[in-house]
Design a protein around this ligand. Structure first.
Ligand code: SF4
Length: 407
């Protein structure tokens, strides 16, 4: 089904009104979630905390991390991402590798994204799928979804599938996603979605249809800037998105993926907020597993330029610091990053990677010439990525979950 989206992004706003008026669980909309407590953290104070960290502070935090008695706090994490930590990168890399190997062994879990729709009612100013961008949108039929599943299986022995769509409630809402999950289930053991935030009861419904995980990016934790970047549509509601992670936890989603789009605002502020958010969720939803991803903002086809750039070295420091801060969270790297960088970092804290990614709906079965949401930097085929992992002494793991665990 090819869908030409009419200019009615008012649907996003209408959806917001319906959801806020009808959700029987208002606690997870505006209270009892991270949106309820984020106000106690001042953005500028957070940045100051990073900026004023000294080398002595870094040595103190690393000494505590080496003793490995108590988990680090988000404030201590802030010290490790500061410029004062730069002379200690090798120490940090060693610690990061050690904790990763203790928890995950020498393995990298492989996954692949499947874009099912690029229709979107939102107007995120940095995204090529922005509702105002005039191009012909595509939402896959269930038959096309199945063709994609078969094409992906021909690419490699993937068992972890990430189903991705823009946010268009009447096209890609819970009913559509439930059907997509049913189509994909026979082909993959682990199904994760990266779609519009939903109500807790919808997440729960999807977990009963085979959903294992949900990935959502808060994009930025800077509330005022968030409003500027997301002027219209359901996504303009900062609290709705932020408390979405609590709704996932309440619904019993097995694994929650989190991240911010680094470069929208000062990456250090978003990184510390992400660390605080993770700790908050871990205390509440202690049965849930978590993953984090550090996508770097790139110029999009809409012409958007990032506000701040994060260098390769800073991204590596962030990765090491996060692993030292949290030994258990999956750290995921996508094909947004270049092959040489991914090959280098894979033994230093990363635990999962995508490969062979196509970011157009139907891209695996038909290879259409279509607009991409972001540029894929690592375009190697999955077998070549797996070979690179093995050359680094690591094992690519295609399957780390079985449907029997869902029972
Ligand atoms: S970032 Fe997501 S929600 Fe925003 S315009 Fe792009 S596809 Fe839509």
């Amino acid at each position: 089904m090819r869908t030409s989206v009419e200019n009615n992004s008012a649907e996003g706003n209408a959806t917001a009104r319906r959801v806020f008026a009808s959700d029987p669980c208002p606690g997870s909309l505006f209270g009892h979630g991270f949106a309820d407590v984020i106000g106690q953290y001042d953005w500028d104070e957070t940045l100051k905390m990073v900026e004023k960290a000294t080398e002595a502070d870094v040595r103190k935090v690393l000494a505590k991390a080496r003793r490995n008695v108590n988990p680090l706090s988000p404030d201590e994490f802030a010290v490790l991402i500061s410029e004062s930590a730069d002379p200690y990168m090798e120490d940090m890399a060693r610690l990061s590798r050690r904790y990763t190997q203790e928890r995950f062994g020498k393995t990298i879990s492989m996954y692949i994204p499947m874009y099912v729709s690029n229709a979107c009612t939102n107007k995120c100013v940095y995204c090529g799928f922005n509702h105002d961008n005039p191009f012909t949108r595509k939402t896959l039929t269930l038959e096309e979804v199945e063709n994609e599943c078969k094409a992906i299986r021909r690419l490699g022995p993937f068992e972890n599938l990430l189903i991705v769509s823009g946010e268009y409630p009447s096209l890609t809402g819970v009913e559509y996603l439930e059907k997509v999950l049913h189509v994909c289930r026979p082909y993959f053991h682990n199904l994760t979605i990266e779609v519009m935030p939903m109500k807790a009861r919808d997440y729960h419904r999807l977990t009963r249809s085979g959903l294992n995980g949900v990935v959502c990016f808060q994009e930025t934790y800077h509330k005022e800037a968030y409003r500027k970047y997301h002027p219209q549509g359901m996504k303009s509601h900062f609290e709705w998105r932020l408390n979405g992670f609590d709704r996932m936890g309440e619904a019993g989603v097995h694994k929650i993926g989190m991240g911010a789009l680094l470069g929208l605002e000062d990456w250090r502020g978003d990184a510390v907020m992400l660390a605080r958010h993770l700790r908050f969720l871990q205390k509440r939803y202690w049965r849930t597993r978590f993953s984090v991803n550090f996508p770097r903002m790139r110029p999009s086809e809409s012409g958007f330029q990032p506000k701040s750039l994060i260098s390769d070295r800073q991204l590596a420091r962030l990765t090491f610091a996060f692993r030292i801060f949290d030994h258990d969270a999956d750290i995921s790297y996508s094909t947004r990053e270049a092959p040489a960088y991914r090959d280098h970092i894979l033994s230093l804290g990363v635990t999962s990677m995508s490969a062979g990614s196509q970011t157009e709906p139907g891209g695996y079965a038909t290879s259409p010439e279509a607009l991409e949401q972001f540029e894929v930097s690592d375009s190697r085929c999955p077998a070549d990525v797996a070979d690179a992992i093995r050359r680094n002494g690591y094992e690519p793991v295609w399957k780390d979950w079985d449907q029997v665990y869902d029972i």
